[in-house]
Every structure is written in structure tokens, then in C-alpha cells.
Design a protein around this ligand. Structure first.
Ligand SMILES: [Zn+2]
Length: 156
């Protein structure tokens, strides 16, 4: 997907700071900081320097109109410390993430604002458990609504 960036540098979206080759930070006119990308990362994913807030996840979803997922990839330290935060993007109603024993799906977004998990979301949680992930609960960030939590059984 190609994005026009002409607006970015004209001040409409505030200042831009590159954090990595494809990761950037926008400092909005109100001072708020939003993580953004040169292009949505797709199923390959991209590492971000810190965990994104719900409002940052919602911002990405609104900007691109597609689902985003935030994953913590467990590290080798105690309790999985030393891992990394990865962001994946999909299309308007789905997003793919790697499913391994080291995957924790922190949250994913629903561009249409649906405040509950889909059947696929529940199956994914079940699948993560089967793979040996310690994950129990995940979040959904529905655009325009409050974040909800769910387990493989449904809304928490
Ligand atoms: Zn979902």
C-alpha cells in the first residue's frame, strides 16, 4: 500500500522523528506521541521500541482502516523478560500473527468497532494455548469504544 506523505511534513500531523528504518514517531500538535510506520508491516511484522498504548493502536487502525495486532515475543529471561514488542497488520477484518509457544497476543484492533471477540479470535486463543503459550487473556481495541478483554471462552 502506498501512502502519501506530503501532509506529514507540512505540519498537519505534527513533527516526525524516525525511530528506525521504517518506524517513526509523530508528535501531534497537542503533544501526544504516536508510533507510525513508513508502510503497514503486514504479516511480517515490525519491532517497536516499546509497548503501544490502546490509543496508539487505535490511531494506526484509523489511519490505515485495517486491523493491527500487538504481540509480545517472550524473551529468554525470567518470566519471558527480554523479549520484544511486534506489530502486525492485516486487512479490514483480520490480522495474522505467528502462533508459537513464545507468542503473547497483547491486543488487536477492530476497525469497525465490534466490542467482542470473533469466533476466529477465540480459536486463536485456543491455538496459542495448544502451542504452549502462557497466554490467558487478550485485549480488543474497538475503534471509538473502550478496550475489552477476552479469553478463549469469550468476553471477560
Ligand atoms: Zn478480532
Amino acid at each position: 500500500m502506498s501512502k502519501g506523505y506530503s501532509g506529514l511534513f507540512s505540519g498537519t500531523f505534527g513533527q516526525i522523528k524516525m525511530l528506525g528504518e521504517d518506524v517513526l514517531e509523530r508528535i501531534m500538535p497537542n503533544g501526544e506521541k504516536k508510533i507510525d510506520f513508513s508502510n503497514p508491516p503486514g504479516s511480517k511484522g515490525i519491532e517497536v521500541p516499546r509497548r503501544l498504548t490502546d490509543s496508539q493502536m487505535e490511531f494506526l487502525t484509523q489511519e490505515y482502516g485495517i486491523e493491527f495486532a500487538q504481540v509480545y515475543e517472550l524473551g529468554t529471561g525470567k518470566g519471558g523478560r527480554g523479549g520484544r514488542y511486534m506489530i502486525y497488520s492485516g486487512n479490514v477484518n483480520s490480522v495474522s500473527i505467528p502462533v508459537t509457544s513464545k507468542t503473547i497476543l497483547i491486543n488487536h484492533t477492530h476497525p469497525g468497532g465490534t466490542p467482542y471477540p470473533s469466533d476466529k479470535d477465540l480459536k486463536l486463543m485456543e491455538f496459542l494455548t495448544q502451542m504452549g503459550s502462557p497466554q490467558k487473556t487478550s485485549g480488543i481495541v474497538p475503534v471509538g469504544k473502550k478496550t475489552v478483554k477476552f479469553t478463549k471462552k469469550g468476553l471477560k
